[in-house]
Design a protein around this ligand. Structure first.
Ligand SMILES: *[C@@H]1O[C@H](CO)[C@@H](O)[C@H](O)[C@H]1NC(C)=O
Ligand SMILES: *[C@@H]1O[C@H](CO)[C@@H](O)[C@H](O)[C@H]1NC(C)=O
Ligand SMILES: *[C@@H]1O[C@H](CO)[C@@H](O)[C@H](O)[C@H]1NC(C)=O
Ligand SMILES: *[C@@H]1O[C@H](CO)[C@@H](O)[C@H](O)[C@H]1NC(C)=O
Ligand SMILES: *[C@@H]1O[C@H](CO)[C@@H](O)[C@H](O)[C@H]1NC(C)=O
Ligand SMILES: *[C@@H]1O[C@H](CO)[C@@H](O)[C@H](O)[C@H]1NC(C)=O
Ligand SMILES: *[C@@H]1O[C@H](CO)[C@@H](O)[C@H](O)[C@H]1NC(C)=O
Ligand SMILES: *[C@@H]1O[C@H](CO)[C@@H](O)[C@H](O)[C@H]1NC(C)=O
Ligand SMILES: *[C@@H]1O[C@H](CO)[C@@H](O)[C@H](O)[C@H]1NC(C)=O
Ligand SMILES: *[C@@H]1O[C@H](CO)[C@@H](O)[C@H](O)[C@H]1NC(C)=O
Ligand SMILES: *[C@@H]1O[C@H](CO)[C@@H](O)[C@H](O)[C@H]1NC(C)=O
Length: 715
């Protein structure tokens, strides 16, 4: 850009600026803006509609202002114009259409100052009738027809619809007021074609009336399919079928066609000309065979259908066994048999049966009958019947050879207690189900059927009388043979619960002196083996435990000591129950010789005191007479004190112990019952223990030194 041009631009802008400044200096006010629809708001299609925009503007100078008018339809600008005069602004809608329907507004803009009128609704009613044109009025079946539908004078967004005898066949959308479509008419007939359309506005959809009817006549194609099946008489299984599918009345001028031959849903063949198909008739379970021959020209399809039923030559064989259950290694008879056959074609003798697998089967002489030895394991057999080259297989027959019952075992789970039920179990090897029968002393007491693997037959029984019982199980798993498995005899000794317990004590007086023998005899009523336990009350540890097959036992305490005095009881158990005796209180007394010893000691002490008293009196007397002699006398008794008293004591003890042992040894009840007289012997001992004065003095001396110890031990 050159300098002179720049200068000119600058000058121009300065001029324009000054001009606007001049303009803005004119004061104005838009007072109102109004939109008027002429001739009225509701009109019919084709009316010339005028939108008049009337504005009132007050100005200071009265000079004209530049005004910019805008017409809005549904808030969208449709027209804008700037005018210099103060006249009404007029917007023409020539030949109003339904599409013009909407909400209109007028906007005035003066130097950026704007005012919007109130909205006015324009309603245009009536769509023009559509016009339908077809390119032809006569067509051959399958030919295309071209159709054009026009909405005269209409504008907007269109949807066109085409109808064949009032059935919609096509739909076209667009902004043009005409639409083209092509279609084929099927079925030889007269077709009435018409069309219609709809106009879519922002708010609504408006449907038109129907167009004129255009009549089209459709000429049917003369071509027809032809299906032939040979033979046409009764068809037996295995017969050869010749099937042909062809097209008839083919116009020499017409275009190519295609043939389709199907059986049911299976397409057998296709071709441009006659199709020939050969097949062997195979019957379909109680159903006819359906053949379908179809010819397709252009888009036209014609078909011919035929159903034939095929007679079965012979039925599918069935394989059966007899007997119905078989044990390993047993011979069984397998029979293969076809129930029915077409006697018109074959004889029974024509049927050949085969068993699979077939390994050197001994001939049974009868067709279809096979003697087979059952194997050790499961085995599958099938058989087939064959005639005239047709072979049919039976269903698989699964043979599960059974195993005879073996290794039958009987056992008892709990202790068998009188009048209490207990469980007897039987189990064996062999094929299931197995029926178990329980016998008690050869009398049947129960049966059980076991169907699950590794299950024992569980029987409950109760014995009400003491004594021995014989139990036995039998197992059976064959229906046809009487072969059973039998268990060994199981001897059961019933345990009789313990009762009537007695605890006898010897001596029966329950009073016994130290060193003697104490005997407890516990006896019960019931069955052994019995476990006896003796207790001192308050102790959980038994003094003695004996298990014996007898129903009594004893506890011996020998020799008894003072601290064996206690309460005792006995407990017995035999697996069925436990019984306890009452408590017996046994008291052990000090040995009689000890009592005697104490009495003697006391007497000696008394004697000593008397002697001392006498001596002292004598002493006083002689004191007065001879003082020297008195001193010698007082020293003499103390000299032998250290040796003698102990020896005396020891001899005494052994003597009494022996005496006691002699008496207790091998005690019998009679001996014990004579226990009372012992006290007399005690007296004897006390008499025996009388001894010379000198030694007596010594003993008393020793006892008196430790009286508390001796007393405590006796207790
Ligand atoms: C509408 O106006 C056009 C010219 O603008 C005129 O030819 C036509 O006759 C008018 N239609 C009616 C119905 O007045
Ligand atoms: C067109 O044909 C249909 C059915 O035949 C009839 O109902 C309809 O009135 C016809 N329309 C016209 C415009 O003739
Ligand atoms: C069927 O066709 C075969 C050869 O395709 C022919 O040998 C036989 O004769 C025909 N049978 C019939 C009944 O047409
Ligand atoms: C059918 O005809 C067409 C030509 O019209 C040819 O191309 C095609 O191979 C033919 N098909 C058969 C199966 O003969
Ligand atoms: C027998 O046939 C069944 C199925 O039919 C199969 O499950 C089984 O394993 C076969 N048994 C033998 C021993 O072949
Ligand atoms: C039969 O039972 C015994 C146990 O009672 C078992 O040891 C043996 O294996 C079983 N035999 C068979 C063939 O199941
Ligand atoms: C086993 O017992 C049931 C019913 O008690 C009976 O139906 C079945 O035949 C028996 N089976 C045998 C092998 O004895
Ligand atoms: C099986 O025993 C029943 C009676 O218990 C008897 O009638 C039948 O003959 C026996 N069958 C065989 C095969 O021994
Ligand atoms: C158990 O006592 C009863 C009487 O009560 C007696 O008949 C039976 O012989 C006693 N049995 C034993 C084992 O002592
Ligand atoms: C009881 O058991 C003790 C040992 O625990 C034994 O010395 C005594 O001989 C037994 N008595 C009987 C009757 O078995
Ligand atoms: C007296 O019982 C105690 C324990 O209780 C024991 O140590 C002592 O030896 C018993 N005395 C005799 C003389 O058996």
């Amino acid at each position: 850009m050159g300098l002179p041009q720049r200068l000119i631009l600058t000058l121009l802008s300065i001029y324009l600026y000054s001009a606007t400044v001049v303009n803005t200096q004119q004061e104005f006010k838009i007072q109102s803006v109004e939109l008027i629809i002429e001739p009225r708001n509701d009109v019919t299609a084709g009316t010339n509609v005028t939108l008049r925009c009337h504005a009132t503007v007050s100005t200071s100078t009265g000079k004209g202002l530049i005004r910019e008018y805008t017409i809005l339809k549904n808030d969208k600008i449709v027209y804008t114009k700037t005018i210099g005069s103060s006249e009404d602004f007029v917007y023409q809608l020539h030949n109003a259409r339904v599409f013009s329907t909407g909400l209109y507004q007028c906007k005035l803009d003066i130097q950026g100052d704007t005012k919007l009128s109130k909205a006015q609704r324009l309603n245009v009613q009536g769509l023009s009738q559509p016009v339908l044109h077809l390119n032809t009025n006569v067509v051959n079946e399958g030919e295309e027809v071209q159709a054009t539908c026009i909405a005269p004078g209409e504008i907007g967004s269109f949807i066109f619809f085409f109808f064949d005898n009032d059935e919609q066949i096509s739909r076209v959308e667009g902004l043009s007021n005409q639409a083209k479509t092509t279609f084929r008419l099927s079925g030889a007939d007269i077709h009435k074609i018409h069309c219609s359309y709809k106009i879519r506005t922002a708010e609504d959809t408006f449907p038109s009336t129907k167009s004129n009817n255009v009549t089209v006549s459709v000429k049917e194609l003369s071509i027809t399919p032809e299906l032939k099946i040979f033979p046409d008489s009764t068809i037996y299984e295995g017969d050869h079928l010749n099937i042909s599918c062809s097209a008839k009345n083919v116009h020499s001028s017409s275009e190519g066609y295609k043939l389709f031959l199907s059986q049911g849903t299976k397409l057998l063949r296709t071709g441009n000309s006659t199709i020939n198909h050969n097949m062997v008739a195979v019957p379909k379970a109680s159903e006819a065979l359906t053949f379908d021959c179809r010819v397709v020209v252009r888009n036209v399809e014609k078909y011919s259908e035929k159903k034939i039923s095929v007679v079965e030559l012979f039925s599918v064989p069935s394989l059966t066994m007899s007997p119905t259950e078989v044990f390993q290694g047993q011979i069984m008879t397998l029979t293969c048999n076809s129930d029915g056959f077409a006697s018109q074609r074959i004889n029974r003798e024509d049927l050949e049966y085969t068993l699979y697998p077939s390994k050197n089967l001994p001939s049974s002489g009868k067709p279809g009958v096979f003697n087979v030895k059952a194997l050790q394991n499961d085995f599958n057999y099938t058989c087939s019947a064959e005639a005239k080259g047709i072979k049919k297989d039976s269903k698989t027959l699964m043979i599960r050879p059974k195993v005879h019952v073996s290794a039958l075992k009987i056992s008892i789970e709990d202790k068998v207690i009188l009048k209490k039920s207990f469980t007897i179990l039987c189990q064996s090897n062999g094929s299931l189900p197995i029926n178990y029968t329980l016998f008690k002393d050869n009398v049947q007491v129960g049966t059980k059927v076991i169907r699950e693997q590794n299950r024992q037959a569980v029987f409950m029984d109760v014995i009400n009388e003491p004594g021995e019982r014989q139990y036995r199980c039998e197992a059976k798993n064959s229906l046809h043979s009487n072969k059973t498995g039998s268990s060994q005899h199981l001897s059961v000794n019933v345990i009789v619960p313990l009762s009537q317990m007695t605890l006898a004590v010897i001596p029966s007086s329950l009073k016994i002196s130290e060193g003697k023998e104490l005997n407890f005899i516990c006896s019960v009523n019931g069955t052994g083996p019995v476990t006896f336990k003796w207790y001192r009350t308050g102790s959980v540890v038994p003094l003695q435990t004996n298990t014996t097959t007898e129903t009594y036992s004893n506890l011996e305490i020998k020799p008894v000591s003072k601290n064996d005095s206690d309460e005792y009881y006995c407990e017995a158990s035999n697996g069925a129950n436990k019984v306890r005796s009452e408590n017996v209180n046994v008291q052990v007394f000090m040995a009689p010789w000890k009592k005697g010893l104490i009495v003697v000691a006391c007497l000696l002490l008394l004697l000593l005191l008397v002697l001392l008293l006498v001596a002292s009196m004598l002493n006083i007397k002689s004191k007065r007479d001879r003082r020297e002699a008195a001193a010698e006398l007082s020293v003499k008794p103390s000299s032998p004190k250290s040796d003698d008293p102990l020896t005396v004591n020891l001899t005494h003890d052994t003597d009494v112990y022996n005496a006691a042992t002699v008496k207790v040894d091998r005690a019998e009840v009679s001996v014990w019952s004579k226990r009372k007289p012992e006290t007399e012997s005690d007296d004897e001992i006390s008499e025996v223990s009388n001894e010379p004065n000198v030694e007596y003095t010594e003993v008393v001396h020793a006892r008196s030194t430790d009286p508390a110890r001796g007393f405590g031990r006796i207790r």
